[in-house]
Design a protein around this ligand. Structure first.
Ligand SMILES: *[C@@H]1O[C@H](CO)[C@@H](O)[C@H](O)[C@H]1NC(C)=O
Length: 480
């Protein structure tokens, strides 16, 4: 063979290999749900599939005389932060509501429902009275000063709450949204659980509305997830409660609220776009008129989606390698949550036989889905580094996730206590892959130049969080 024929052959082989490496959304979906089992706090059930984990934090709530065992650890640490925890459950529920059939077709609906229930069972325990909600367990400063497995924790498991004298409309609002969304996810399979969830959601919305304030003023230890405002959680909760109940009360609230304008992110801190998208859906379904404030909600929702898909006035930045770029610390979370919005919107437009009119042209639902697919493919490894940012997916993925439990030998293999500082010397500073793979965890991701520094201390890029993976479940179900 002459060199002339070799070159095109090599080139077409490369194309072939890239084609063969196209994403397996079903496999990624399966892993995304395993992730929530790795993040479980409390007594693990007999059907637990992530076997390197053990029971942990079985005394949570004892300091307050309340049972707060269960729920999820947030990220690479062992604190149960109520605010992102609730957002996680809202997004998981959204995925099940929109893509329950697709999840069932992939035999993952049961796992998705379990992932929601692990969160909502905990929220039920945490919501001890109509106006009392426990919003955090674990002292963040003490926890972050230690590098320990959840099963070994020696740090104070202090419980923190909001109540009538110490309000937190953002926390109560987000938890109300989570309850309302989860009640919809369970409406067919478990109507009595569903109505229990809904009544918690209604109570928490009333609490949030009548006792207004930022939750970190009541729970100073929540400073790691300080909320920039609570109006967005109130409209977000009202939108979910309206969707779940059809009750005019929530329409009245939404109708007189601030629509929030066009936002630059949809995240654990900023839910306006989520509420706007839901209102737009209500308009498309004829549940709300195409007038007044309602049109403003819809138009802001659409501007956000136009900006995301690069057809707007103020497009989201893109890296050279094709990733949406928002912020250097845990960039992926903004992408996965924007994708859940975008694909859901595409499907609602499809149902309404409509397109999206963006400042830079009309975008069809298929084009929205195609855009989302490219972003998902980037996250799963079709990027300049050939690195999948989902752990356990593909040939190359981060080996040094900033994640306490997985970076230390499993308690099932070695029961000796790993101490607060011993964990740093023995495990954190080790130049070696984590001994346990957190399947389905999504690392914070690459920087704005598509680079990734696979180093455990590099928490901006190398830490996973429940809010990264939660919206991805629905997205993957849709694409699979
Ligand atoms: C990678 O991250 C570690 C920890 O943050 C840092 O010490 C190291 O310098 C970084 N390496 C590069 C190439 O940026």
């Amino acid at each position: 063979m002459s060199p002339k024929t070799l070159l095109p052959l090599g080139f077409s082989l490369l194309l072939l290999l890239q084609g063969a490496a196209s994403s397996n959304y079903g496999a990624a979906l399966t892993k995304s749900l395993l992730y929530f089992e790795a993040q479980r706090s409390g007594k693990l059930p007999p059907n637990q599939r992530v076997l390197w984990r053990g029971d942990s934090a079985l005394q949570d709530g004892n300091d307050a005389g309340v049972d707060l065992v269960g729920g999820y650890y947030d990220a690479g640490d062992n604190v149960k932060f109520g605010f992102p925890h609730a957002f996680t459950v809202t997004l998981l529920s959204w995925g099940v509501i929109e893509y329950g059939q697709q999840l069932a077709a992939k035999k993952e609906l049961g796992h998705a429902m379990e992932a929601i229930k692990w969160g909502t069972d905990y929220f039920i325990k945490a919501h001890t009275q109509p106006n009392v909600l426990y919003g955090q367990v674990g002292d963040g400063d003490a926890d972050h000063a230690c590098w320990e497995r959840p099963e070994d924790m020696t740090t104070p498991r202090t419980s923190y709450k909001i109540d009538g004298q110490h309000p937190g409309s953002d926390l109560a609002g987000e938890t109300a949204a989570a309850f309302a969304a989860a009640s919809m996810a369970f409406s067919k399979s478990d109507p009595s659980y569903s109505s229990q969830l809904l009544s918690h959601g209604k109570q928490l919305f009333d609490f949030a509305k009548t006792h207004q304030g930022l939750y970190q003023n009541s729970i100073p230890q929540a400073k790691f997830y300080a909320s920039s405002g609570f109006e967005d959680e109130l409209v977000w909760a009202a939108a979910w409660l309206y969707r779940a109940t059809n009750d005019q009360t929530y329409v009245n609230y939404l109708g007189s609220a601030n629509t929030g304008g066009t936002r630059s992110e949809f995240s654990w801190d900023d839910k306006y776009t989520g509420a706007q998208v839901l209102v737009a859906k209500f308009i498309m379904e004829g549940r709300l008129p195409s007038t007044d404030n309602w049109v403003n909600y819809k138009s802001h929702a659409e501007q956000f989606i136009c900006n995301t898909v690069q057809k707007g006035y103020n497009n989201v930045k893109m890296t050279r390698g094709g990733a949406l770029w928002w912020l250097s610390w845990n960039n992926v979370q903004y992408t996965t949550s924007a994708l859940l919005l975008t694909i859901s919107y595409a499907d609602w437009l499809n149902a309404a036989r409509s397109n999206l009119n963006c400042p830079n042209g009309q975008v069809s639902p298929d084009q929205l889905i195609a855009f989302a697919r490219l972003q998902v493919d980037y996250i799963l490894g079709r990027n300049p580094r050939g690195m999948s940012y989902m752990l356990g997916y593909g040939a190359r993925f981060p080996q040094q996730l900033h994640h306490r439990g997985s970076s230390i030998v499993s308690i099932k293999k070695d029961k000796r206590l790993v101490t607060c500082t011993g964990g740093y010397t023995e495990w954190f500073n080790r130049q070696a892959p984590n001994p346990n793979i957190v399947y389905g965890a999504i690392a914070g991701g690459p920087d704005q130049y598509d680079n990734y520094n696979d180093s455990r201390p590099n928490y901006e890029q190398a830490e996973s969080a429940t809010v990264n993976t939660a919206p991805f479940v629905g997205v993957l179900a849709r694409l699979a």
